[in-house]
Design a protein around this ligand. Structure first.
Ligand code: NAD
Length: 390
């Protein structure tokens, strides 16, 4: 049970790059990082527009001297202060993740970065190398993985309830961009422009979320080869896709499918993970995150509820208010930020082994997301052929 008691020493001095006024994802970073006082926000370079970024930081109550015009000025000034930031969260468009993360690591600052971590696997591996050399962490905000029922699904797989895993059926298919809404909205426009978004739109932006959930629930599965077809139903989005379907063969015979879309008209998120084993299946929807469906062959289907004593202790450890009351994305993100804090403290104490069993999306998860997108694009751009996963 999480009840606000901090499991680390002092709060981690923390800053943000991006996530400024009007951004989609900035607020949840701040809300999650400070929820249990693991992080203390003291600095920021919040906006591409320096004046707007400074004004925003001041409105958040920060010292105006620590509201910077850009990330370079922030890392230089903060790393020279005895009370400078120890960690930074990066919530800017995709094209900047690599250069900003790299600059932070080189300045000795832990990184928590948005997905997709980088444009290329080579860049993500570079971040991993620098972080390792510097004794720093790179966290990636696959926020849905902080949900209690994802942990429960992982435990049901681990304890053998599902039997041998056969099918991994994934989906993240919303309908919000069924028309060319980017024409009137710059925050969507960059998502469909390869200069800012990278080699994909929905594959990187959406599909990497359920992909990571499947990695958490079924950590032993390894993709052997995949086949991907992608489409641009809004033609001006080409070469980037607004819909894609991927088939995956795993080592050992399991098979996976992933449908991702921004043109699933009428749908809200429609993020769904269904894992089918030889004895039972589990299914989780992000629009009903407090429930997990467990169907055991030959028995009546069950709907497990968050916060209940019949869950595994590891899932209940993430509980904040016991059964019945709903929890949501803010709690899931706060659970992740707690783990980032524990990992940061262990690294700063020179004892990373202390958090060896701690599950959080780190640099490996970031690398895997980028690698998966690269493989999908390689397949799709050759006409949707099977490609060996590399
Ligand atoms: P957005 O366009 O709404 O906001 C981007 C913000 O970054 C703006 O405040 C902008 O001024 C600022 N910015 C841009 N370049 C900057 C720079 N060089 N220095 C400082 N600030 C800069 O974008 P968003 O929807 O908030 O997405 C940001 C990132 O978060 C993207 O990588 C996206 O993929 C990711 N995201 C993740 C989730 C999730 O569930 N984890 C959800 C939404 C978005």
């Amino acid at each position: 049970m999480i009840d606000g008691q901090r499991k680390t020493g002092a709060a981690i001095r923390w800053g943000m790059v991006g996530g400024g006024r009007g951004s989609q994802i900035g607020y949840i970073h701040r809300a999650a990082a400070t929820r249990d006082r693991y992080f203390d926000m003291v600095a920021g370079a919040f906006d591409l527009d320096p004046a707007r970024g400074r004004a925003f930081g001041t409105d958040l109550g920060l010292d105006p001297a620590r509201c910077y015009a850009d990330y370079r000025a922030m890392f230089a000034a903060e790393s020279a202060r005895p009370d400078g930031i120890r960690a930074v969260s990066i919530a800017t468009p995709n094209n900047t993740h690599y250069e900003i993360s790299k600059a932070a690591l080189l300045a000795g600052i832990h990184v928590i970065c948005e997905k997709p971590l980088t444009f290329t696997t080579a860049e993500a591996l570079d971040l991993q190398r620098i972080a390792r050399d510097k004794g720093l962490i790179v966290g990636v905000t696959y926020g849905y993985s902080g949900y209690q029922m994802i942990e429960e699904a992982a435990r049901l797989v681990a304890d053998g309830t599902l039997g041998e895993i056969r099918l991994v059926n994934l989906q993240f298919a919303h309908g919000f961009h069924n028309e060319a809404v980017e024409e009137a909205n710059p925050a969507i426009r960059w998502r469909v422009d390869p200069k800012f978004a990278g080699p994909s739109y929905v594959l990187g932006d959406l599909a990497t979320h359920p992909l990571y959930l499947a990695e958490v629930i079924c950590p032993d599965l390894r993709i052997r080869r995949l086949m991907c077809a992608r489409q641009s139903f809004i033609a001006s989005r080409a070469p980037l896709e607004d819909n894609a379907v991927t088939l995956m063969e795993y080592e050992g015979g399991a098979f996976g499918t992933l449908w991702t879309s921004a043109v699933n008209a009428g749908a809200m998120h429609s993020q769904r993970v269904r894992i089918v084993g030889s004895k039972a299946s589990v299914e989780w929807w992000d629009e009903h995150p407090n429930q997990l469906s467990l169907e055991i062959q030959g028995q009546p289907p069950r709907l497990l509820d968050r916060g209940m004593g019949y869950l595994h202790p590891e899932a209940l450890a993430d509980d904040r208010i016991s059964g019945g009351h709903p929890e949501g994305l803010f709690e899931a993100w706060a659970n992740l930020y707690e783990r980032f804090a524990l990992a940061i403290e262990a690294h700063d104490d020179g004892a990373p082994e202390r958090v060896a069993g701690l599950r959080y999306p780190g640099v490996e998860a970031g690398i895997e997301g980028v690698r998966w997108v690269e493989n999908c694009v390689r397949s799709a751009d050759q006409g949707g052929i099977w490609v060996d996963y590399r």
